[in-house]
Ligand binder design. Structure first.
Ligand SMILES: Cc1cc2nc3c(=O)[nH]c(=O)nc-3n(C[C@H](O)[C@H](O)[C@H](O)COP(=O)(O)O)c2cc1C
Length: 346
C-alpha cells in the first residue's frame, strides 16, 4: 500500500501534495517590537517546504499592535509588513508547498499594561478590561485588513486563531466571557465574534483564498465544539486545525487511544465535518502520522516541534527514512525560549 502521508488532498480546491501540515510556531525573539522579522522567515519556512511539507501555516501574526502575543512577534497591521510575507510565500511556493498565515489577537494575553478581553479579568501586573462594541468592531476590521494584506503578499490563505486561550477563545468560553450583551451568555452569542470574523474575512477575500480556523477544543464543552465545528463548515471555513482551548484539561480520552487528548479531539471533530480536519499534539514519528491517516482517523497531521527539530521530516517520512526525533525538551521546548536553542535546530 502506498504511504498514506504522500497522498494529495484538496483544500478549497487547492492541491496539497501530501498530508503533513506545519502548524503555526512562533519564532520567539526573531523580531522587533514593530512586527518585523529580524531573522529571515523566508529561509526558515523555505527549508521546511524544501523538506517536503505540503502545507505550512506561518506563526501567529498580530492583527494589531495591541493584540500581540509577544513584543518580538510578526505583525500584519500595516501595509509595510506585507513584503516579509511576500518572501515567505515565494520560498514556499518555489518548493510547491501551500502556505497560509495565522492571524491572532491575544486579548487578555496581549503585551501591555492595559489589555482587553471579552470581560474584565483580575490579573497580576496588568489591568484587563472588557471590550466595548466599538473595540469589537475594530477587532473584526483588523482581522479583515490583515487577511487582505496576506492575500496581497501572495499567501494562499489565513488561519484565524481561535484556540489556546487567546481573544477568540476568551469570547467562546463561558469561563472568561461574562458579557450580558449579544456577544455573551448563550452559546450562539459567545460564538458570534469568531463567526462574524470568518464571514467578513471570507467576503473580503477571493474565492480560492483558504480560510482555516485553529479550533480550541473544550471551549466550552465537547458537544458545543461539535456544533461550532459544523457552523464553521457552513460558513465556508476550508480547514479545521484542531488544538486546545481554555477547558482542554477536562477531556476524557478512551483508554486505548494511542495519542494525546488534543489529538483525540482532532479525530472527534474530524468525524463531524466534511471539510479537511487536522490533528496535532506530540506526533514525532512518521509511523504515528501514518497510523492516524491509514486508519482514517484524520485528514491531515500537524507536526510542530518535529518539524523544528528536522526540516526534512516530511520527505524522510515519505521515503521511510529515519527522522531527527524531537526531544520534547522539558519543562519547555527550547525553541520557545529562542528559536536557535533547539538542540537539533537547522
Ligand atoms: C515554540 C512554539 C511556538 C508555538 N507557536 C504557536 C503559534 O504561533 N500559534 C499556535 O496556534 N500554536 C503555537 N504553538 C503550538 C503548536 O502549533 C502545536 O500545536 C504544538 O507544538 C503541539 O504540536 P507538536 O507536539 O507537534 O509540537 C507553538 C508551540 C511551540 C512549541
Amino acid at each position: 500500500m502506498s504511504n498514506p502521508i504522500n497522498r494529495s488532498i484538496k483544500v478549497n480546491g487547492k492541491e496539497v501534495k501530501n498530508r503533513i501540515i506545519m502548524p503555526p510556531l512562533v519564532c520567539f525573539n526573531w523580531g522587533n517590537d514593530k512586527g518585523f522579522e529580524t531573522v529571515s522567515r523566508g529561509e526558515h519556512y523555505g527549508k521546511r517546504a524544501k523538506g517536503g511539507t505540503g502545507f505550512i501555516i506561518i506563526e501567529a501574526t498580530a492583527i494589531s499592535k495591541d493584540g500581540r502575543i509577544t513584543d518580538t512577534g510578526l505583525g500584519l497591521w500595516s501595509d509595510d509588513h506585507i513584503s516579509q510575507f511576500n518572501d515567505i510565500a515565494k520560498s514556499c511556493h518555489d518548493e510547491d508547498a501551500v502556505v497560509t498565515v495565522q492571524l491572532v489577537h491575544a486579548g487578555m494575553k496581549s503585551v501591555g499594561n492595559t489589555v482587553y478581553s471579552s470581560s474584565p479579568v483580575d490579573m497580576e501586573n496588568k489591568e484587563c478590561l472588557g471590550m466595548s462594541i466599538e473595540q469589537i468592531n475594530e477587532v473584526k476590521e483588523n482581522f479583515v485588513k490583515a487577511a487582505i494584506r496576506a492575500e496581497k503578499a501572495g499567501l494562499d490563505g489565513v488561519e484565524i486563531h481561535g484556540a489556546h486561550g487567546y481573544l477568540l477563545s476568551q469570547f467562546t468560553s463561558k469561563e472568561t466571557n461574562k458579557r450580558t450583551d449579544k456577544y455573551g451568555g448563550s452559546l450562539d452569542n459567545r460564538l458570534r465574534l469568531p463567526i462574524e470574523i470568518v464571514k467578513e474575512v471570507n467576503e473580503a477575500t477571493g474565492d480560492d483564498f483558504i480560510i482555516g480556523y485553529r479550533f480550541g477544543v473544550n471551549d466550552p464543552t465537547m458537544e458545543e465544539d461539535k456544533y461550532f465545528a459544523k457552523k464553521l463548515e457552513d460558513l465556508g471555513v476550508h480547514l479545521l486545525n484542531v488544538s486546545s482551548g481554555i477547558g482542554a484539561n477536562d477531556i476524557e480520552v478512551p483508554k486505548d487511544f494511542p495519542f494525546s487528548s488534543i489529538t483525540y479531539m482532532g479525530t472527534e471533530i474530524y468525524k463531524e465535518v466534511n471539510i479537511p480536519a487536522a490533528c496535532v499534539g506530540g506526533i514525532r514519528k512518521p509511523e504515528d502520522a501514518k497510523h492516524l491517516l491509514e486508519n482514517e482517523m484524520i485528514d491531515m497531521v500537524a507536526v510542530g516541534r518535529g518539524l523544528l527539530a528536522d526540516p526534512d521530516w516530511t520527505n524522510r517520512a515519505i521515503n521511510d527514512e529515519e527522522v531527527d526525533i524531537c526531544y520534547h525538551c522539558s519543562p519547555r521546548c527550547k525553541y520557545a525560549v529562542d528559536g536557535k536553542k533547539c538542540p537539533w535546530y537547522r
